[in-house]
Design a protein around this ligand. Structure first.
Ligand code: SF4
Length: 224
């Protein structure tokens, strides 16, 4: 059986129909601005010490004070866990990890104990991580565990544009959502139903093709 990629799992957890369109178009390349945002995750210490003007030139999505303050909170938490230094300067980055079922790129691989970190270019939720990123992080942890022959029970998801770094534990519910996404990817055959959570469609690049009516400027102004 072929490996399922972390990216396909992430998209399936967002909306299986979106994965169907992506496959039709063979559309897997992230836009160029994603690389610039991901690079932020490799210079947290510099950002913490940066002046406002310097941060203004970076692709950050919050004001400089909030950015430094969020990073300082993350540093405090991760220093307690002995993970901050390695997260800032990981020995292994962009590592291809292959597990029993999945494979994909782990953006940072921390060691002793092994722990993967995935970097999201987007906005974090108020708490924790979004479900698609949780599913991908579980897949990454399982792949790293498979390669190292030892359990990996935590993973990190970074949202560097927002200065947010979230560590998750692979509990029963997260693992169940991962398995559900895995089944969805493997069984994809024809267009699945549209997601019932139409707020997802607002940000979906396939909305026109999908035939979903997203909120237009007219409706936002109350004309529709
Ligand atoms: S527009 Fe909505 S239903 Fe259609 S693929 Fe995108 S997220 Fe899924």
């Amino acid at each position: 059986m072929s490996y399922v990629t972390f990216g396909d799992l992430r998209t399936a957890a967002y909306c299986p129909r979106k994965l169907y369109y992506r496959r039709l178009e063979d559309d897997h390349e992230p836009p160029p601005e994603v690389a610039a945002i991901r690079e932020l995750a490799f210079r947290y210490e510099r950002s913490l010490a940066a002046e406002d003007a310097e941060l203004a030139d970076e692709p950050i999505a919050v004001d400089p004070d909030s950015y430094r303050s969020r990073l300082a909170d993350a540093r405090e938490r991760l220093e307690r866990d002995g993970r901050w230094r390695e997260l800032c300067s990981p020995g292994e980055r962009a590592v291809l990890a292959t597990g029993r079922d999945c494979r994909g790129i782990v953006h940072k691989l921390l060691t002793e104990p092994p722990e993967p970190s995935l970097i999201s270019p987007g906005r974090p939720p108020d708490r924790g991580v979004w479900e698609p990123q949780s599913v991908a992080a579980v897949a990454a942890a399982k792949a790293v565990a498979w390669e190292h022959g030892r359990p990996v029970e935590t993973a990190i998801v970074e949202y560097p544009a927002y200065g947010a770094i979230r560590r998750i534990r692979l509990g029963t519910r997260r693992k169940a959502r991962y398995r559900r996404a895995l089944r969805t990817v493997r069984s994809l055959d024809g267009p699945p139903p549209r997601t019932r959570n139409r707020s997802k469609c607002e940000a979906c690049s396939y909305a026109d093709r999908c035939g979903v009516r997203t909120r237009t400027l007219r409706s936002l102004l109350g004309f529709d």
